[in-house]
Ligand binder design. Structure first.
Ligand code: GLA
Length: 699
């Protein structure tokens, strides 16, 4: 395993621990107590100045840096590093007084107003200039301040608003299109404007996909999604380049939201290449009883957009958030479990929103490290305990997560699939990505995410949960991967269209026909609430280890895949015609009764599975089990809710993280003796992970 370099927050030796710190909401007397308590909690870094533009520049060109000078000096005096933000997510009221046109416009033509945050038209030259000006001031003033460890550009680009449909954005969109397509003829061809008489003869007639009477041009909408990502990324790069030039040596980041439920408009594959250090924010979906799976997925996706390198969790919560319909408190111990699960999956620390709970404003009911209840609270005690635990884990820095398999993910394909007028509203790309990820999590596989055109040779197993848009290059890549000995699993409604949302020539799935050894003659979505049964052909596919199942059963739990002779699906089926692929399962009922449902194609040295239905969790577990066996992966027999991930250091040391999400103790067998870092105990043979607890074994 290679150990690519990545920049740490400057001068930060331990793991990062702390949170967003908004001292401007408090009288300065409180700051002294803050830094004292930060010391008690083991805080090593705080994010400051994220929303401070109006305080730092109260009128255009008038700067008041005194309070930030005092704050950074105070942090430095207490050995706390600063992740210093450019405050460009909230331009001040005076800016909009002069530039109301910089407020974004919705697809319906409504303009947002000032009074919240993130109301930015990213194509606005006035915004770009003002953002550059305040960034330049900060870079010049604090570029050599000893507290500053990291630049935090903006905040969560892409949320709460990403797209803008104003005239300025429309002109910008046309320039972007001219660059992408060259000529209007090319644009007409890419957008398929022969359909519904949409042909353009003049660039000025081309508009963003504003409100239309019925379905708009899908290629136009897809290009607009790409344009929006690029326009926002250009603004990040402008600030980053200024910071690099004026304050060299300090790494630059911005906080992503890779959880697919939290930001939908950015292509983080592109963003991951532009930041010095990948950072992420993650918030649990509180009512999800197994929210640890969504957390793990976001962490794996973050690590993957970081190219496998360490990354940093810049925000999560100590307890309830305030913006979900029902903001459930975290259970005792959950705060530490969440933090350590992120660390297990590559984060170099755990940061929170926020340090001290706000008394006013929209987020006063959001949890914090220091809650309204003060230090006489469970949350504070857990925060202090976590600080001590992270202090014991500093040596894991720079170690890399070891993965078993890859899941393919492409934001562009997701953007395309979710446009209107698809064969069924019930087949959702994100739902399938979540479901297949959960199947790998349950099988105790550690997965990376990969772009479908990425080099895949190092993965024995690759799963494509939702690849509606598949370029020819991706199709060739997957063919080469399988022919070279890989095991590929492709889920339904993949390989259908090219980058312009145009159906590949010939029968579906055009880009994947050859690798899968089949064609799809017709889609056969199911009525709402209707399910189908799939039955194994000829007694069913047999695993090498079979007689039982290779799936985890160490805790005596019932295998999610049952015996695998019958599988269940809903929402989606297809009429599949094999052309070289063998049939593993057939539809027992439903519109495609008697027809192939799950196939396996032997190609070169590898195998390609196709799953033509929306399988339930047990069905997915069975397919993962079969494919893993083909890929030569042994699925560990572990309790279902014991999350086990390994990080490996360049010197050969390994760190085995075991996070127990169950209410009873779990036993983790060890392959070598080692030291448990949180307790300091020597361990061999096995380690007991207490109910709700975490163990980290170095060996
Ligand atoms: C986001 C933002 C923070 C805060 C939290 C609340 O992550 O970056 O400023 O609003 O959400 O959960």
């Amino acid at each position: 395993m290679d150990h690519p370099r990545y920049p740490r927050p400057l001068g930060l030796a331990p793991l990062a621990y702390g949170g967003d710190y908004n001292p401007e909401q408090w009288p300065e007397e409180v700051w002294a107590e803050d830094v004292r308590l930060m010391g008690e909690a083991g805080v090593t870094m705080v994010s400051v100045g994220i929303f401070s533009w109006a305080l730092l520049e109260p009128e255009r060109g008038v700067y008041e840096f005194g309070w930030l000078d005092r704050l950074l000096d105070l942090l430095h005096a207490h050995g706390i590093r600063a992740d210093l933000a450019t405050p460009t997510v909230v331009p001040p009221a005076w800016f909009y007084r002069d530039h109301p046109e910089a407020l974004p416009v919705t697809r319906e033509g409504h303009r947002y107003s000032f009074g919240s945050r993130g109301a930015i038209c990213h194509s606005s030259p006035a915004y770009q200039q003002a953002a550059a000006a305040i960034t330049e001031q900060l870079a010049r003033r604090y570029g050599s301040h000893p507290a500053v460890a990291l630049w935090h550009v903006h905040n969560e680009y892409g949320v709460p608003v990403s797209d803008c449909y104003c005239e300025e954005s429309a002109a910008h969109f046309r320039r972007w299109l001219a660059e992408r397509h060259g000529t209007l003829e090319e644009l007409n061809s890419a957008w398929g404007t022969a359909f519904w008489g949409q042909r353009y003869t003049c660039w000025d007639d081309v508009q963003p996909p504003r409100l239309t009477p019925t379905a708009g041009n899908p290629a136009q909408q897809l290009d607009h999604a790409r344009f929006t990502n690029d326009a926002i990324l250009a603004n990040f790069k402008r600030e980053r380049d200024l910071l690099h030039r004026l304050a060299p040596g300090i790494p630059v980041t911005t906080n992503f939201m890779t959880a697919l439920s939290q930001c939908q408009s950015l292509d983080y594959w592109a963003w991951g290449r532009e930041v010095d250090l990948v950072a992420n924010d993650h918030y649990l979906v509180a009512e999800d009883p197994r929210s640890q799976i969504n957390l793990a997925m976001a962490a794996d996706l973050t690590r993957s957009v970081a190219g496998g390198r360490p990354w940093l969790l810049l925000e999560h919560s100590t307890g309830a958030v305030n913006w979900q319909p029902r903001n459930l408190a975290k259970r005792p111990g959950e705060l530490a479990r969440n933090s350590l699960a992120h660390v297990a999956r590559g984060s170099e620390g755990a940061m929170f929103f926020q340090w001290r709970a706000s008394r006013y404003g929209a987020e006063k009911f959001h949890s914090a490290m220091l809650p309204h209840a003060g230090t006489a609270s469970r949350i504070w005690r857990e925060v202090v305990a976590l600080g001590a635990e992270l202090g014991k884990l500093a040596e894991i820095r720079d170690s890399l997560v070891r993965s078993d398999a890859a899941l393919l993910w492409d934001w562009e394909s997701w953007w395309a699939q979710r446009l209107e007028w698809r064969p069924s509203v019930d087949l959702d790309a994100r739902e399938r990505a979540d479901a297949w990820y959960a199947a790998t999590w349950d099988a105790h596989l550690t997965v990376d995410f990969a772009h479908p055109e990425a080099e895949l040779g190092r993965y024995p197993l690759v799963v494509a949960p939702a690849l509606y848009l598949t370029t020819e290059a991706a199709g060739r890549n997957l063919h080469q991967y399988v022919a070279g000995g890989g095991t590929l699993v492709v889920s339904c409604f993949s390989g259908i269209v090219d980058e312009h949302d145009t159906v590949h020539p010939g029968p579906h799935p055009g880009a994947l026909r050859d690798v899968l050894g089949l064609t799809v003659e017709e889609f056969a979505p199911l009525p709402a609430g209707r399910g189908v049964t799939l039955e194994a052909v000829g007694g069913g596919p047999v695993l090498a280890a079979e007689g039982g199942s290779a799936l985890p059963g160490g805790d005596g739990s019932v295998l999610p895949g049952g015996d695998g002779s019958v599988l269940h699906a809903d929402a989606w089926t297809e009429f599949v015609v094999p052309d070289g692929a063998e049939v593993l399962y057939r539809y027992a009922d439903g519109p495609a009764a008697g027809q192939p449902a799950v196939t396996r194609h032997a190609l070169g040295a590898g195998h390609a599975y196709y799953v033509s239905a929306r399988l339930d969790a047990a069905g997915l577990a069975r397919i993962v089990e079969l494919a893993a066996a083909d890929a030569g992966l042994t699925l560990p027999r572990l309790p279902r809710d014991l999350e086990v991930v390994e990080r490996a250091a360049a010197d050969g040391r390994r760190y085995l993280f075991a996070v127990n999400h169950a209410d009873s103790d779990a036993v983790l067998p060890l392959t070598a003796p080692g030291t448990e870092l949180l307790t300091g105990a020597a361990v061999s043979g096995s380690v007991t992970v207490p109910a709700g607890g975490t163990r980290v074994v170095r060996y």
